[in-house]
Design a protein around this ligand. Structure first.
Ligand SMILES: [Zn+2]
Length: 300
């Protein structure tokens, strides 16, 4: 009986603590979930719609996604048409007016960075070419820093009671992030002017950041599977102008990369591309630690 009373007391004690109202966030990709977590700490509860082994261009608008979008107070996605095949359907069918694209509850990371590869002419025959430019902005950590500066403001707008909390966390994150960028840039110095082949055109921001040189892509057009004719042409090109690395994201099928790597006698590297894409890439910091180390390792 005594034990039962103690048990009751504990229960009522717990009940007396008001349930914490966490801001419900729906993140499209793991990098934005990780960034929201850095800034939001324990004021946010985050659902991430995709993992590092899924192609973010191609995601099924499953009922579980609709249910999560329905309850979300803030949607944090890449934008620049990366999710064009699934997110508009999910948002529309969620019936949640607070997170529609014209509302403060909808945040597109790509709006806050300068886009690369903006096409001069839009032609769907050219494959997955996006009018807004290349959407894979997260491979340059300076972009993550820019998005963080905008996202902290949005968190404060949606959840004003947490504004000071978010700002404090942002300042802490931003200073650690700036220091990490300096470290990565020093470590990555040997990668400058290194010629690489990419599987998918997913790396222009990484290439731009580290001064790599992209000389070919294995996909004949973005989003189009490599063909043997195209691979042969790339191999011939490399025989005239060698490259040092064949690069792909963790989610990409490795066969075309491995085929070329074997014949061109250069290493194939699969970088995590986002948080969770390798055992080491557990958060945003280790994502870039691992990416830089894997690229450097391929030069040895
Ligand atoms: Zn892409």
């Amino acid at each position: 009986m005594k034990r039962f009373l103690i048990f009751l007391a504990v229960l009522t004690g717990l009940a007396a603590v008001p349930a914490k109202a966490e801001l419900k966030v729906f993140a499209c990709e793991p990098e934005w979930a990780a960034l929201t977590q850095e800034l939001g700490g324990d004021r946010v509860s985050i659902y991430v719609a995709t993992n590092a082994f899924q192609d973010p261009h191609r995601v099924e608008a499953k009922p579980s996604l609709l249910a999560r979008a329905r309850r979300a107070q803030l949607v944090v996605c890449t934008g620049a048409e990366l999710e064009i095949a699934w997110l508009p359907v999910v948002l529309r069918q969620s019936g949640n007016s607070a997170v529609q694209p014209d509302k403060p509850g909808y945040f597109e990371a790509a709006n806050y960075v300068q886009k690369l590869e903006i096409p001069t002419r839009l032609d769907r025959a050219e494959g997955d070419v996006h009018a807004a430019g290349n959407p894979h902005i997260q491979t340059d950590p300076r972009n993550i820093g820019r998005v963080a500066a905008a996202l902290v403001q949005r968190l404060a707008e949606i959840d004003p009671a947490g504004a000071t909390y978010y700002q404090t966390r942002y300042r802490d994150f931003a200073s650690r992030w700036e220091a990490a960028i300096k470290r990565w840039e020093q470590q990555a110095a040997p990668l400058k002017d290194v010629r690489i082949v990419v599987q998918h055109k997913g790396f222009p921001y990484l290439v731009n950041w580290l001064g790599l040189r992209e000389v070919a892509a294995l996909e004949p057009k973005p989003g189009v599977e490599p063909t043997s004719a195209h691979l042969t042409a790339v191999l011939e090109k490399l025989q005239r102008q060698p490259a040092r690395i064949v690069l792909r994201a963790a989610y990409s099928d490795g066969r075309a990369s491995e085929w070329l790597a074997e014949r061109a006698k250069i290493p194939a590297v699969a970088v995590p591309f986002t948080v969770g894409g390798s055992d080491k890439a557990k958060d945003l910091f280790s994502l870039f630690d691992d990416t830089v180390q894997q690229l450097l390792g391929a030069l040895k």
